[in-house]
Design a protein around this ligand. Structure first.
Ligand code: 3PG
Length: 213
């Protein structure tokens, strides 16, 4: 898959909903009800971070939920790409980008949303052919004003900002012309997942899915 094809697919996934839930799931047993609640609330694209021992099993389980499009987040190495692909991830997300990681995703046909936080990082990825990036860590890297400023000289590149975003500040990002969607973990709070409070998670998803953009 070429970088252009990867970004095209990433743009299609971004178009599914204004928010991509960023999920850190400790236990594969909750994967299906969690994914079902988020999809039912209107958030079909799900990013499962490879930060827990259960993450690959979580991807396997969530990939069977109807209507969901499950991806793997926190891709750092070519081995992560291989594991994510084998588990059934349909897209990948990385906090930054290295040539080895980009090579691995292109070879594995895994559409990647690569991370960038500065104009130079965005330019390097754009030079390679990527025009849909993750802006990370969004709030710490200057928030919506920074992303707006990066968009002035590089309007061809679109972003999914992630990191410190919630229902309170999501609009600051979603109202920018270079933002197609945003990512955040707030729609799946740890306590609600632990309690199996799928109704609360579905309600949070519904609220996020209704954000204007
Ligand atoms: C991440 O990769 O951890 C995302 O940036 C999620 O950030 P959040 O927990 O601040 O939403």
């Amino acid at each position: 898959m070429t970088p252009q094809q990867a970004s095209l697919r990433a743009r299609e996934i971004a178009a599914l909903a204004p928010i991509i839930p960023v999920l850190v799931v400790e236990e594969a047993g909750v994967a299906r009800p969690l994914a079902k609640a988020l999809v039912a609330g209107g958030l079909p694209a799900l990013e499962v971070t490879l930060r827990t021992p259960a993450a690959l099993d979580v991807i396997r389980e969530m990939a069977t939920v109807e209507g969901g499009v499950v991806g793997a987040g926190t891709l750092l190495t070519p081995a992560d790409v291989q594991a994510a692909k084998e588990a059934g991830a349909r897209f990948g997300v990385s906090p930054g980008a290295t040539d080895r990681l980009l090579d691995a995703c292109e070879e594995a046909d895994l559409p990647l949303l690569p991370g960038a936080a500065t104009a130079s990082e965005a330019m390097r990825l754009f030079e390679r052919g990527y025009d849909m990036l993750k802006f990370f860590p969004a709030e710490a890297a200057g928030g919506a004003p920074a992303l707006k400023a990066i968009g002035a000289p590089i309007p061809q590149v679109a972003f999914c900002p992630t990191g410190g975003i919630s229902i309170k500040n999501a609009n600051d990002y979603l109202s920018l012309p270079n933002v197609l969607c945003a990512g955040g973990s707030w729609v799946a709070p740890k306590d609600a997942v632990a309690a199996g409070d799928w109704a609360r998670i579905e309600a949070l998803a519904r609220e996020a899915a209704a954000l204007p953009r």
